[in-house]
Design a protein around this ligand. Structure first.
Ligand SMILES: CSC[C@H]1O[C@H](OP(=O)(O)O)[C@H](O)[C@@H]1O
Ligand SMILES: Nc1ncnc2[nH]cnc12
Length: 290
């Protein structure tokens, strides 16, 4: 099987360079339109699909993002792997602005987002115990080290609803929970990638210390943009370094990300809603035969 890598670019990452045969494509999905057109092409022989999470020009707020359409569109285009790039605040002293964190756990404090492709008419429960793909995450960590960035492997990301940043009391609370970084978009993106049987890795750039740190001012957008601008090349350099690490071919995922739905669907075949099954054609066609 050929590998195809989807990249979801976060704040400050609205396109990637160097793709052969590059072109922006509009993708329709049963869940609506994705955040933007998708840039496809090849990087050192690997098929790539890049989607700016907030759209070019940063049009979409984190609470209103078409999370389901974004993941469906990447799956529909044939992506096997998704690398999600995000700007995050740090909740610990030793994760400094400019550092990169390969996140491997999430706590979800978002409040008004569609968290699943499934529902009444086709009920499914996938495991999220280990929500990121270890092999893809390890490849990202290797590629990041090649860029010379300071890399932290492993970390728990807390997702807030936003769009406001947190209060100091919330920031201290999340630290007391053992969270390492804070952002607004990792959830439900990671949930949906697992339901769509995609290998998913979360690569976060630390842009600030949120508002808990006594020696740093509270986060604001100017501070985030200053760090993103100073480190703009890191995420793109990571992507450029990935092809020789990953290779073009793809074996079954050792962690089983690509078979996440094997024992997940509860609804008896005769009770399944044909309209929902039709919407699940790309995401769950492998097991539903849709
Ligand atoms: C400009 S800081 C707030 C904004 O940036 C992050 O976006 P993304 O995760 O897409 O990089 C954060 O989650 C907020 O949406
Ligand atoms: N401190 C912070 N809180 C939430 N999202 C962020 N994105 C970047 N910094 C953030």
């Amino acid at each position: 099987m050929q590998r195809k890598i989807g990249v979801i670019g976060g704040s400050g990452v609205y396109q990637i360079e160097g793709l052969e045969g590059a072109g922006w494509t509009a993708v329709e999905t049963p869940w609506g339109a994705p955040s933007d057109q998708i840039l496809t092409g090849r990087l050192a022989g690997i098929e790539m699909a890049f989607l700016p999470r907030h759209g070019r020009g940063h049009r979409h707020a984190p609470g209103d993002l078409p999370y389901r359409a974004n993941i469906d569109a990447l799956k529909r285009l044939g992506c096997t792997d998704v690398i999600a790039v995000s700007a995050v605040g740090s909740l610990r002293e030793d994760f400094r602005p400019g550092d990169m964190v390969v996140v491997d756990q999430f706590i979800d404090r978002s409040t008004s987002r569609e968290p699943s492709f499934f529902g009444s008419g086709c009920v499914a429960h996938v495991s999220l115990a280990d929500p990121t793909c270890p092999a893809l995450s390890a490849a990202c960590a290797t590629a990041l080290r090649d860029t010379g960035a300071v890399v932290h492997v492993g970390g728990t990301a807390l997702t807030i609803e936003g769009p406001q940043f947190s209060t100091r009391a919330e920031s201290r609370l999340y630290r007391s929970w053992g969270c390492d970084v804070i952002g607004m978009t990792a959830m439900p993106e990671a949930r949906l990638a697992r339901e769509a049987e995609l290998c998913y890795a979360s690569v976060a750039m630390v842009t600030d210390y949120d508002c808990w740190h006594p020696d740093h001012g509270a986060v604001d957008v100017a501070a985030v943009i200053a760090v993103l601008s100073a480190n703009a090349g890191v995420a793109k350099a990571m992507i450029a370094a990935l092809p020789p690490i990953l290779g073009t071919g793809r074996r079954p995922c050792p962690a089983g990300c690509d078979h996440a739905l094997d024992h997940a669907v509860m609804t008896a075949p005769a009770q399944r809603d044909p309209a929902l099954l039709a919407r699940l054609d790309a995401v769950a066609g492998r097991i539903l035969g849709a």
